[in-house]
Design a protein around this ligand. Sequence first.
Ligand code: FES
Ligand code: FES
Length: 211
Amino acid sequence: MPRLGDLDFNRRDLMVGASAVATLAAMPARAGATAADADVPVLAKVAFTVNGQRRELELDTRTSLLDAAREHLHLTGSKKGCDHGQCGACTMIVDGRRINACLTLAVMHQGSTITTIEGLGRPDDLHPMQAAFIKHDGYQCGYCTPGQICSGVAVLDEIKAGIPSHVTADLNAAAAVTEDEIRERMSGNICRCGAYSNIVSAMTEVAGRRA
Ligand code: FES
Ligand code: FES
């Protein structure tokens, strides 16, 4: 029958041995995976509804939703400003919520309903938010504008649904479309031309129409 000291020795040996085996096994696998990953993209099929149309794509699984729209569906209205989730130029509405399309993988949206700026309205039939941006001069170069408009539409829906923001003072009262609320909720949409005041005016008018 083994003594207690023998058991301790054997347990330590077993742990050291297991660690060494695990390390040796992992090293060649990691080196091989790096070369393979760089050379051979992993493809996957994804299907979603974009601006009312069902679209099916086979994509490198690393493709962002923004690149899927711009490079594969040729919907270039959504802009790539930073590609890091910091500017809001790529904002789309996905399943009723605004999203930074540069920060999400296309293959994560199987079955989703996606609206880009192209799906909100057409030149001869503008969405009220698009018309208000024109009326109130809510842009200059226009680069941020598709994201601003998609975000603006979603923000008014958020307020209407009673979703509070960081500046909502009374969580028990009905949410109101105030300038503070608009500025806070739109703070993720950067405009390098500084059209913020006119964007607030446009959104306020659309909110008034909705009320
Ligand atoms: Fe997506 Fe800037 S491009 S947040
Ligand atoms: Fe030029 Fe906003 S209108 S960045």
